[in-house]
Write a new protein. Structure first.
Length: 329
């Protein structure tokens, strides 16, 4: 089992962004020292939170992350031109020494799609076409593509990726059709581990496995990441007392967007079924369930808005000391 963290660079607009970023960089450096495997950046535009952009954040994190993989969790691919993404991530691949992962998703916020002139019902077709174009450009060969959105003729990129064929591509998806798309187009399905229903992950991983087999892909050695919310303290009572108010506040902020109102209305279900706030012993049990489902890369947000950096770091230290060994990390 691998363990990674979300950089979680989203902050209230009226707070000191420089201070927050300095604390975040220190936390990521600590995670690298403790042996965490990956770190992930966030992409939103016109957000109700101050959200530095992910490609810039990745470049800033590269010298601070040791041997950790660095990815986007996730890049809103329909809002980018695939030539731009292919060039940027080929560059990051070189800058990082081959540690980059391109994590993508279709997006859901109406204001973001409107700002870029993207009709919501086209976003999945755009993502599909973009991924095919990016992979073709990463081959290093001239690309002629007669697409619906991104036609190209004899196009090539200025920098070929360091990684042969380009960095791995992970596709974030929630619905069953989208999970099948992740199996078809991606190197991994980046599963959302914060659905309120206990049935979500078992049902959707079965869909993913069936689709992998249908498309003739490897079902054994594929990376299986899942994103969760996690806070570790000596006792579960302490973890809940310290973490839950901040998680509730951040989820309430997300719920200002219509597509995520369920996160406010069903927050108690999230607490019960998916938020991993607990002692090392409790977390070992809950993560063991995810491992038994087939997931092998747990990525978690180590803190939420307003949670002091020293508590975030204490959680990371305790988790590494007490939970890593239970999974032969």
């Amino acid at each position: 089992m691998k363990f990674g963290i979300m950089a979680s660079h989203q902050y209230p607009h009226d707070e000191d962004l420089g201070k927050h970023l300095s604390e975040l960089f220190g936390t990521v450096e600590l995670a690298a020292e403790l042996g965490y495997d990956s770190v992930w950046t966030i992409n939103h535009f016109q957000s109700n939170l101050a959200t530095p952009q992910p490609i810039s954040m990745m470049a800033a994190l590269i010298p601070r992350t040791g041997t950790m993989q660095i990815g986007t969790g996730i890049l809103l691919l329909p809002l980018f031109h695939p030539v731009h993404v292919a060039e940027e991530f080929a560059t990051l691949d070189h800058l990082s020494g081959g540690r980059v992962i391109l994590g993508v998703g279709a997006g859901y916020r109406e204001n973001e799609l409107a700002a870029f002139g993207v009709e919501p019902d086209t976003r999945f077709r755009r993502m599909d076409e973009s991924l095919r174009v990016i992979r073709a450009l990463w081959s290093g060969q001239p690309v002629t593509h007669e697409g619906e959105y991104f036609p190209l003729r004899d196009a090539s990129i200025g920098i070929r990726p360091l990684t042969p064929g380009g960095p791995p591509i992970w596709v974030g998806a929630g619905g069953k059709r989208a999970v099948r798309r992740a199996a078809r187009l991606g190197d991994a399905w980046y599963a959302p581990g914060n659905a309120p229903s206990k049935k979500f992950l078992p049902e959707h991983i079965a869909v993913y496995d069936a689709a992998l087999a249908e498309y003739g892909k490897d079902t054994v050695n594929v990376e299986r990441p899942v994103g969760v919310e996690l806070y570790c303290a000596p006792t579960t009572e302490q973890a809940v007392a310290e973490g839950l108010p901040h998680a509730r506040s951040e989820y309430a902020t997300y719920a200002e967007y219509p597509a995520l109102r369920w996160q406010r209305d069903r927050f108690d279900e999230l607490v019960l079924n998916t938020l991993l706030l607990g002692s090392p012993e409790m977390l070992i049990e809950r993560i063991g369930y995810l491992r038994d489902l087939g997931f092998n890369h747990l990525i978690f947000r180590p803190g939420w808005m307003g949670l002091p950096a020293e508590r975030v770091r204490a959680s990371l230290r305790l988790f590494a000391k007490e939970v890593f060994p239970a999974f032969n990390h």
